[in-house]
Design a protein around this ligand. Structure first.
Ligand SMILES: NC(=O)c1ccc[n+]([C@@H]2O[C@H](COP(=O)([O-])OP(=O)(O)OC[C@H]3O[C@@H](n4cnc5c(N)ncnc54)[C@H](OP(=O)(O)O)[C@@H]3O)[C@@H](O)[C@H]2O)c1
Length: 404
């Protein structure tokens, strides 16, 4: 990476709902002309200037780049060490940017949860990014940093404290409060639309190892939980977790890219806990309703109802909802000798935006500033940034990691 570049980070999409939160976070945490040099970018100068007046001040430079204008993307990339993008749906706006980062040598991080698009980026760019020493890191928000770093941390502590790895981890969402943005709803709708049109995309989505290298897609894991069942491990009723389809694949890719640091036979799954007894079972069934609406068949009546109910691009949870949100994740580990251990990850603020904007901001700073593992390609948060990211998340982003 060229150390003489004008900026450490450019936040592209800074006029959108999540991008402006990232810009606000960087401004509050790092200022602008100090140790961290960064700029706000997007396609519309006036809109960016208006957002800048709200979340920062006029000392933050503005860069204009449109996803349809490759020259503007190249000009932006040549000015920065890292591009941090919230311009989504990524399948619609992101491909040229990834290609340009790989070719022109800038690290990259995003909030993509679009598994089929990440598969395309891996197939098209992993080898070239590897050769060029570029780190392309998808999923640097609630999907999938808490899961990926939670497993990384639990495995690290199991080795340090117990002298053995976990052969299986069951992640259970113990509590969570937050909301959805229009951009996320649009991205999710796009994934479903594409999966309906293309069988190959559907196959990637249902393959537990759909993000692994093509020759490493075998293993003992099954597709994600689809119903409400009683879980003896957490002693609670559990149901589907909406992010599991992304997170579990990211964790498995981390294992494969790390040369199977968690073991060739490592198994991983995710679910949401809803409590004990009749109440827990009822709650589990009720919490599936928003999921059914969100994933309704494109063109159906249910989908039309969902389109009216969920936010439009540019909209999302209120400040109050973001400030009062939280999440708490448990990592039930079974160690090699059959004994058990428990990892925990918590986050302040709502998972999707308040916490996500801090995680993405810290991932970008980590890529720009920290001493990182000697690995490049299309990576996952834990393989790209490891301990350096863990440290930043705890110190700055409101996450806690514990193990017993
Ligand atoms: N993984 C997670 O945890 C997580 C959490 C939050 C969000 N997300 C993802 O982040 C993405 C953004 O969500 P959001 O709610 O912030 O969306 P949003 O409010 O709709 O923002 C989208 C941004 O993209 C910009 N944009 C649109 N078309 C463009 C183009 N042709 N060239 C350059 N910029 C363009 C928009 O610019 P204008 O302002 O000029 O329209 C805006 O800045 C989505 O894909 C969402 O799924 C993921």
């Amino acid at each position: 990476m060229n150390p003489t570049k004008e900026f450490d980070i450019i936040v592209w999409g800074a006029s959108g709902f999540t991008g402006r939160l990232v810009a606000a976070y960087l401004f509050k945490q790092y200022g602008v002309q100090g140790d961290l040099k960064w700029a706000m970018a997007g396609r519309n100068q006036e809109k960016l200037a208006a957002v800048r007046a709200e979340v920062a001040d006029s000392s933050v430079p503005i860069v204009v780049a449109d996803s349809n204008d490759e020259a503007s993307l190249k000009a932006m990339i040549l000015r920065t060490k890292v591009v941090c993008t919230t311009v989504g749906p990524y399948v619609t706006y992101g491909s040229k940017l990834v290609a340009a980062c790989v070719t022109h040598g800038a690290h990259y991080c995003d909030l993509a949860g679009e598994v089929q698009w990440m598969r395309q980026m891996i197939d098209k760019h992993h080898e070239e990014a590897l050769a060029n020493g570029v780190k392309i890191v998808h999923t640097c928000g609630f999907d999938s940093i808490p899961s990926d770093m939670g497993v990384y941390f639990t495995q690290k502590e199991a080795l340090a404290q117990k002298g053995q790895r976990a052969k299986r981890i069951r992640m259970r969402v113990a509590g969570m409060r937050g909301g959805l943005s229009g951009g996320t709803y649009a991205s999710l709708s796009k994934v479903l639309e594409e999966a309906m049109q293309d069988k190959n995309i559907y196959k990637v989505l249902v393959n537990p190892y759909g993000l692994n290298p093509k020759d490493k897609q075998e293993g003992g894991d099954h597709p994600d939980l689809q119903k409400v069942i009683f879980d003896p491990t957490s002693k609670s009723w559990i149901g589907p977790f909406i992010m599991a389809g992304i997170n579990t694949k990211v964790v498995r890719r981390s294992n494969a890219l790390s040369g199977y640091a968690y073991g060739n036979d490592f198994r991983y799954d995710e679910a949401t806990m809803s409590g004990k007894g009749f109440k827990g079972r009822f709650k589990g069934n009720m919490s599936a309703l928003p999921l059914i609406l969100m994933t309704a068949k494109p063109g159906s009546i249910l989908k039309r109802i969902a389109n009216r109910m969920f936010p439009k691009p540019g909209e999302g949870p209120t400040k109050d909802q973001r400030e009062n949100g939280f999440y708490s994740l448990r990592f039930y580990a079974t160690l090699e000798d059959g004994t058990t251990a428990l990892g925990k990850v918590t986050g302040d603020k709502d998972p999707g935006y308040g916490s996500t904007s801090k995680m993405l901001g810290e991932a970008a700073v980590c890529l720009a500033k920290d001493s990182l593992p000697e690995i490049s390609g299309v990576l996952t948060p834990s393989t790209a940034m490891g301990d350096a990211l863990l440290d930043r998340l705890e110190k700055h982003a409101g996450l806690t990691f514990s193990f017993k």
